[in-house]
Design a protein around this ligand. Structure first.
Ligand SMILES: [Fe+2]
Ligand SMILES: [Fe+2]
Length: 268
């Protein structure tokens, strides 16, 4: 079973931030900006997909699910504030958001049904935990706007904290291995498609982007320190029949992050 879920808030006052707020890099910044666009819709979907299975879960576990929902709702609230700032900076994001929400939530969510929606959510939560660990372990979230970096580190911390919740609901609900594997395969397709589209739409809207430099930077990021290889290895772990998110211990990393953010975190 999952560890105790502890929702925390982050001290954050939405205001303007530098256009390339992470590492002074359009590419790194727009990866994070794209996640900002994707989170609110995805996090509401996660809550909707878990709800039909609540009655299958024991009462003590339901308490953790409630806290997971509080965490995701808090994340969405902050990312919606960041979306408003991005719009004020002149980025046109509504077309992307409308297309994303139409395809995923108006069409796919309705076609796939409750069991596959939960499988998708468990798959997406493996992605968020994987990238949260990558971001907190390496130096990805160093060198940039301190307030935004704290927001992203807080979000990463809580993704690690609740990484098992959706998976445990899936197990409790008797969802089979083929359903879980199919959910993860669809999650990979949707995650890579919408992350790619999101990053490109931001880069296209930035003036004087050096495309060669951005592609080289992406190549350096994926190869340096074996990042690409470790993403692939962690992704494939999900297809192991004995997989459980808690098999991969991230408690030390979480403790270090809580200590690092101690002046910015507020108990819920
Ligand atoms: Fe989240
Ligand atoms: Fe999450």
């Amino acid at each position: 079973m999952t560890e105790e879920i502890i929702p925390r808030k982050i001290k954050f006052t939405p205001g303007d931030f530098p256009r390339h707020w992470l590492r002074n890099s359009p590419l790194y910044t727009h990866f994070c900006n794209t996640f900002t666009l994707l989170f609110p819709g995805a996090e509401s979907f996660f809550l909707r997909s878990v709800r039909p299975f609540l009655s299958d879960c024991p009462p003590e576990f339901r308490e953790n699910i409630k806290k997971f929902m509080i965490q995701e709702t808090n994340h969405s609230r902050v990312h919606l504030q960041l979306i408003s700032v991005l719009k004020n900076q002149g980025y046109r994001v509504d077309e992307f958001l409308n297309f994303y929400s139409f395809l995923l939530f108006d069409v796919l969510e309705k076609i796939l049904g409750d069991r596959m929606n939960l499988s998708l959510t468990a798959g997406f939560e493996h992605f968020t935990a994987m990238f949260a660990e990558l971001a907190l372990k390496g130096n990805l979230l160093e060198n940039g706007d301190p307030d935004l970096i704290a927001v992203f580190k807080w979000h990463c911390l809580e993704e690690l904290n609740h990484k098992s919740v959706a998976y445990d609901v899936l197990v409790q609900s008797g969802i089979s291995y083929p359903e879980r594997a199919l959910g993860m395969s669809i999650a990979l397709f949707l995650f890579s498609t919408f992350t790619g589209l999101g990053v490109f739409q931001f880069l296209f809207q930035d003036e004087s982007i050096d495309w060669t430099e951005n592609f080289q930077e992406f190549g350096r990021f994926m190869t340096l320190g074996g990042v690409g290889e470790s993403i692939l290895r962690r992704y494939l772990e999900y297809f192991n029949p004995d997989f459980h998110p808690e098999n991969h211990d991230t408690s030390d990393l979480m403790s270090r992050t809580i200590f690092e953010l101690k002046d910015s975190l507020i108990p819920y």
